[in-house]
Design a protein around this ligand. Structure first.
Ligand SMILES: [Zn+2]
Length: 1220
């Protein structure tokens, strides 16, 4: 195969050089017309182009020429591939991918990249490829894959020149995915980088402020917005948007004083926003809402009117207008406005609900029921259960209603469907008309039907469009103060505009525009979309993201004012985001990418070449706001996340799966030529996607050209030569490691009957048992993910009373306790806060208190429960028989509302003076579980890592939960239950962490950082074994390296816990693997493994050859890095200052990205002279100061010293079993 492949160089040259052309023709068979030839100059230009230029390519005068050239190049490459029957070098496809990307032809870029991926085993070394692929996935909203590709880029090349762009986009994607912590981190990393990217720093700051708002940290948000307003030369658009956010926040939140005060603030902000951008329909809309809420009806109408004039038709606005009418007792006008709203957005739950209440108020329960049903069907419906109850009530009671006396509001359903055409249908019709000549029979039939309907509509004088039906069946004139027809017309025309936009080919817009729009999108209606895209941002505007219902909170409650039973569909909105996480439904209409009909069609599952009638009905369901993107060209920029991305957490996941899989179907020319290679992607499971394929590779010792058994001098010499031979200076790593990947689910899957294995338990009777050496071996054996050592405290006569709440209060009553406020969940289940469905997300709020106060809480909780117990006993006996039957109704029945409990956690017992007795008692333990011992890696770190090599205490009431996790850097952990109550544990072996990681991703959770509580049913389905056991007082639980676990208290109890690192190959391997995984995921490794490895080499004799090899390899790699970096700095004229180390000096981390920094510390001049020594890693230093002029480099170890340690670290002769 390889032999007959044409190389990229030959191929590219072939078009200009006659001789080589002949050769190419020979290779490929047939001759091609000469018009395709690329000149030498052109080839040179093209040679310098790849994905890194995306968004930066000749924005100015040169744009058109460049486009032509790229188009020509694509044509050349494609015909060459065709001639060579696909047998060309893989680089060829990569380059073709880049060209298509630069031309914004994303589907062709994707197929070319995928071809490259399938041909090139070490594709991961190619940062430009990964970056291009990430951009394409980003464009398609396949965030899951985009995130992976971008993280891979930064992993293989931390100094990648578009790192800033990557961080920006990661920030945006994590924001959409509701992983706010990661989002903030990436925005901050983007912000410190002084390189250019597609958003200005003011815009990035805006996103950070909005991130706070999204997280309901309103005061931080307000502060950040106000800070931003102080920026000099703040672009008007950003200013307008900031003011708009502030205004809306003041309206919705209690940020300042009473209602009058806050509304007046809100109105002021919004007016100022309109000064900065008078054309913002959104600001006008908000202003209308503010006026409406303080009863300034005329002003409200005027503002809404402005909003409709300034922006595209919005279901929100119409819904609010309806509310206003309803308040003015103008039900007919309210009706029309609501209908307009649901016409624009059939899934507008709030409008359906409002319409329902309107019908109810007019004694038309049957119509109300229909509306409520529509509302419950909507994905944005936040109060399905309340509605269901209401529907039931109406159904039962409706006999008593006398519908004869109602005003003649027509049933909505009928109206929407028998009158006129919906905007969706109109659009559909237009598309069918446009494609008249290429329709299949079914499509032709559809066209006929629609034409007939259209004619009918025109005959009725409704040709103005779908909204004209609003004139109402009885021809009652609306009482809209400013003339409703105009409004309706506005709604109508704007949706026609939408269509116009919709059909514009994306790449007809020059790239320069794309960039201009980047900076201005905030100003336009796109801005609003952009900024708010998650449901969680609910109280603020959630444009385009389908959360209108939540935004309508205020309105709906208003509208309900006169109607008794249904006031609170509003209050549950806050739970939407959480509860909607588990919706595994198919693509919601909201997901569909508005400016790319073709893709939209694909997303729905059809891989047609054109916007195809069969699918556009669905496409058109897209929320209108999405359709009305002001400019198509923005789509591939970050701002498009904004306009195209869907807001809701649930949505992104299905999108990614769908989009990518359906994109893989052969719809582009390339595929038909290179038929094979894409089979992988046909399956709908994620694992099949390119970037994520488990092309597994040894994580610690990749093949390398340098032996770890050579002396340090030889090694370094060899490395130096290597450096000269190949890689560019910017790469410190000479041999790159592939990015780490989570393990695939172990194969073959366990049979179902083995999914509840018995927990390895050891019963101790006396002290001798506890010190029996095989106990240590048993616990650290990788086959035992967990070991329960029963009766340990008794056997050792440990005085656990020292850790009882009473003693703790006596010892240090003012000591700090971290409090987690949690929902008390039924036994082993985890429900969303409304109790509607089981979810993985398990959030809890953090606060702080003291031991004394928590003790009080713990005691009163106990007493309260005693009292309740007594009350229950005195009540009817048969009721109280069995509480645990609650698990019987696990499936359907609604749970909740849940009681709130407080869990006292992470109480730091490291202070030897404060906790002398307690800590001393623990020295009675066998060495392998002791907090400090020679055989414990964490005792070799040389400094305190709070909670890891020190003791932490937990104070619990029943239901207190420690969510699922692996320990920091996969270290082992020791946990002793002090009692008096029990704890229940759930444990999953290490090799299944990849499966759990995937579940977390599916649920939009960060495996490493979020709080999650696995759904046992999911695990069972996925053949994941779960060990489950009760830890009684005095039992010690040993969690082996990498074991995933989660714990809940059954009774009132305290626990103590810490980590240990047994000196085994398995522990070291898992710790290093997690260290790398953390790096990929931008999470800090709490255990500084580089620092620790050197300390181990100095202090420990290693006799296990496997452990020795791994350590030696790591040392070698670091040695090499130190040398390379040092020499590069010196060569660049940068002085390296000797700094040395103090005794027990902690390991260093980059203050920006939190990666461990070893030996060479980059410290700002300022920080150096102040002796604060704030450390940066090299990459972060270069991002803030390209030539490092603002930094000094401090050196902590002499090369000779490191070399000596390296050389002296040798394999020790085998010892008889260690233990203690
Ligand atoms: Zn850094």
């Amino acid at each position: 195969m390889k032999a007959c492949r044409l190389s990229l160089a030959t191929a590219a040259a072939a078009f200009s050089d006659e001789e080589k052309k002949m050769a190419a023709e020979k290779a490929s068979g047939e001759s091609e017309e000469g018009s395709l030839a690329l000149t030498v100059e052109e080839r040179e230009t093209l040679g310098g182009l790849d994905s890194r230029l995306f968004g930066f390519l000749n924005i100015r005068e040169d744009g058109a020429r460049m486009k032509t050239l790229l188009g020509k190049a694509v044509h050349c490459y494609e015909s060459l591939i065709l001639k060579a029957e696909g047998k060309v070098e893989s680089d060829f496809f990569c380059q073709l991918g880049h060209f298509n990307l630069l031309l914004e032809d994303y589907s062709k870029a994707l197929s070319a990249y995928q071809k490259y991926y399938s041909l090139q085993a070490d594709y991961w070394k190619n940062a430009a490829f990964l970056y291009g692929l990430g951009l394409v996935y980003f464009y398609y909203n396949a965030f899951h894959w985009a995130i992976k590709a971008f993280q891979d880029v930064l992993y293989v090349d931390p100094s990648f020149c578009r790192a800033k762009e990557i961080h920006l986009r990661l920030g945006l994607m994590f924001k959409v995915n509701t992983d706010y912590e990661s989002s903030l981190k990436h925005f901050q990393l983007a912000l410190i980088d002084c390189n250019p990217c597609t958003l200005s720093s003011a815009e990035i700051q805006f996103h950070i402020a909005h991130l706070y708002e999204t997280q309901r940290k309103y005061h931080s948000a307000k502060e950040a917005y106000e800070q931003l307003l102080k920026t000099e030369n703040l672009p008007a658009q950003v200013k307008a948007t900031v003011l708009q956010q502030l205004g809306w926040m003041h309206h919705t939140m209690d940020l300042a004083g009473d209602k009058t005060t806050k509304e007046s603030y809100a109105i002021q902000y919004l007016q100022k926003s309109l000064e900065a951008d008078p054309n913002s329909g959104q600001s006008w809309y908000f202003l209308g809402r503010c006026y409406s809420s303080i009863g300034k009806v005329q002003d409200a109408f005027i503002s809404y009117r402005q909003s409709i004039d300034k922006s595209e038709a919005s279901a929100d606005t119409w819904c609010s207008i309806g509310v206003l009418y309803q308040q003015q007792n103008q039900p007919m006008d309210a009706l029309q406005a609501y209908i307009c709203a649901v016409q624009l957005d059939h899934g507008h739950a709030a409008a359906w609900m409002d319409l329902g209440t309107l019908y109810e108020s007019c004694n038309q329960p049957q119509d109300a029921i229909k509306c409520y049903l529509n509302a419950t069907r909507s994905k944005t419906c936040s109060s399905a259960s309340t509605l269901a109850a209401r529907i039931k009530f109406l159904q039962n009671g409706s006999d008593n209603w006398n519908s004869g006396q109602t005003i003649s509001l027509h049933p909505v359903q009928q109206q929407a469907h028998s009158w006129g055409l919906t905007p969706q249908k109109l659009q559909h019709l237009e598309q069918l008309r446009a494609n008249k000549d290429n329709l299949n029979p079914a499509q032709r039939l559809m066209l006929e039907q629609l034409e007939n309907q259209f004619v009918l509509m025109e005959q009725r004088g409704l040709h103005k469009g779908q909204s004209s039906h609003l004139a109402g069946p009885n021809d009652e004139q609306p009482l809209f103060p400013t003339g409703s027809t105009q409004y309706h017309q506005a709604a109508c025309t704007s949706s026609q505009n939408q269509n116009g936009h919709h059909t514009l080919p994306r790449n007809s817009v020059p790239q320069g525009d794309a960039l201009n729009h980047l900076s201005s999108y905030i100003a336009t209606s796109g801005g609003q979309k952009g900024i708010t895209f998650t449901k969680e941002s609910k109280p603020s505007r959630n444009r385009s993201l389908g959360s209108e219902s939540s935004r309508h909170a205020g309105d709906t409650s208003n509208s309900c004012a006169g109607i008794k039973e249904l006031p609170n569909h509003v209050h549950q909105v806050t739970t939407v985001a959480i509860s909607s996480l588990n919706h595994g439904e198919s693509v919601s209409p909201n997901l569909i990418i508005a400016d790319n009909p073709q893709l939209s069609a694909l997303l729905i599952g059809k891989a047609n070449d054109n916007v195809d009638t069969g699918t556009c009905g669905k496409v058109n369901n897209t929320h209108p706001v999405i359709h009305t993107k002001t400019d198509n060209s923005v789509a591939s920029s970050p701002s498009s996340v904004i306009s195209t991305a869907t807001p809701s957490p649930k949505s992104t996941e299905p999108t990614s799966t769908h989009s990518v899989t359906s994109l893989n179907s052969p719809h582009s020319g390339l595929h038909t030529i290179n038929g094979e290679g894409l089979e992988n992607s046909q399956s709908s499971t994620k694992v099949d996607l390119p970037v994520v394929n488990h092309k597994s590779s040894p994580q610690i010792i990749p093949s390398m050209s340098v032996s770890i058994y050579s002396s340090s001098t030889e090694v370094l010499k060899a490395c130096r030569n290597l450096g000269k031979n190949g890689l560019s200076n910017s790469h410190i790593l000479l041999d790159k490691c592939p990015p780490p990947r989570p393990p695939a689910s172990p194969y073959p899957p366990l049979p179902k009957e083995k999914l509840n294995p018995p927990t390895p338990s050891i019963y101790l009777e006396n002290k001798r048992d506890a010190f029996f050496p095989p106990l240590h071996q048993f616990c650290t054996n990788p086959k035992n993910p967990v070991t329960v050592i029963r009766g340990l405290a008794g056997a050792l006569k440990l005085d656990l009373g020292l850790f009882s709440t009473k003693t703790l209060v006596e010892a240090n009553n003012e000591h700090v306790v971290e409090v987690r406020t949690q929902l008390l969940q039924p036994a082993d289940e985890n429900w969303d806060p409304t109790g509607t469905k089981k979810i993985w997300r398990y959030e809890s709020n953090r606060s702080h208190t003291t031991i004394a106060k928590y003790a009080q809480y713990q005691a009163s909780s106990f007493q309260e429960s005693l009292r309740e117990e007594n009350e229950r006993k005195t009540q009817i006996k048969d009721y109280s028989d069995n509480e645990s039957t609650s698990s019987d109704n696990s499936g359907r029945r609604r749970k909740g509302p849940f009681k709130t409990i407080k869990f006292g956690t992470n109480i730091d017992l490291s202070d030897n003076k404060k906790w002398k007795l307690q800590l001393h008692e623990l020295t009675k333990l066998p060495a392998f579980v002791r907090v400090v011992s020679a055989g414990n890696l964490l005792s070799h770190v040389g400094h305190t890592i709070v909670g890891m090599n020190t003791v932490q205490l937990y104070m619990k009431v029943p239901g207190s939960r420690t969510p699922g996790h692996q320990e920091n850097n996969n270290f082992c952990s020791v946990n002793i239950n002090i009692g008096p109550g029990d704890c229940e544990w759930f444990v999953v072996p290490e090799d299944y962490w990849g499966v759990l990681n995937e579940f977390c991703e599916k649920n939009n959770l960060n495996f490493l950082m979020s709080s999650w509580w696995p759904n046992l049913e999911d695990l069972y389905e996925a053949n994941v074994p779960v060990y489950r056991f009760i830890q009684r007082p005095g039992d010690l639980v040993w969690i082996n390296a990498g074991t995933v676990h989660w714990v809940q208290a059954i009774g009132w109890c305290n626990n103590i816990a810490w980590n240990v690192g047994p000196l085994t190959a398995c522990q070291y391997k898992l710790a290093v693997e997690r260290y790398e995984w953390n790096k990929l995921k931008n999470v800090k490794s709490i255990v500084p493994m580089v620092h620790l490895s050197w300390n181990m080499a100095r202090n420990i004799k290693v006799s296990d050859p496997k452990l020795f090899e791994m350590m030696k390899y790591c040392l070698l790699k670091i040695l090499k890095q130190c040398q390379t970096l040092r020499e590069a700095l010196v060569a660049a004229g940068k002085e390296v200052l000797w700094h040395g180390r103090t005794k027990n000096e902690p390991a260093h981390y980059c203050s920006v990205c939190e990666v461990e920094v070893f030996n060479l510390l980059f410290v700002t001049n300022e920080s150096n002279s102040q002796k604060t020594y704030i450390v940066h890693c090299q990459d972060c230093a270069r991002k803030t100061s390209g030539n490092l002029e603002n930094f000094v480099v401090l050196e902590q170890y002499k090369m000779e010293d490191l070399m000596q340690v390296y050389d002296q670290f040798t394999l020790a002769p085998s010892l008889t079993s260690s233990s203690s």
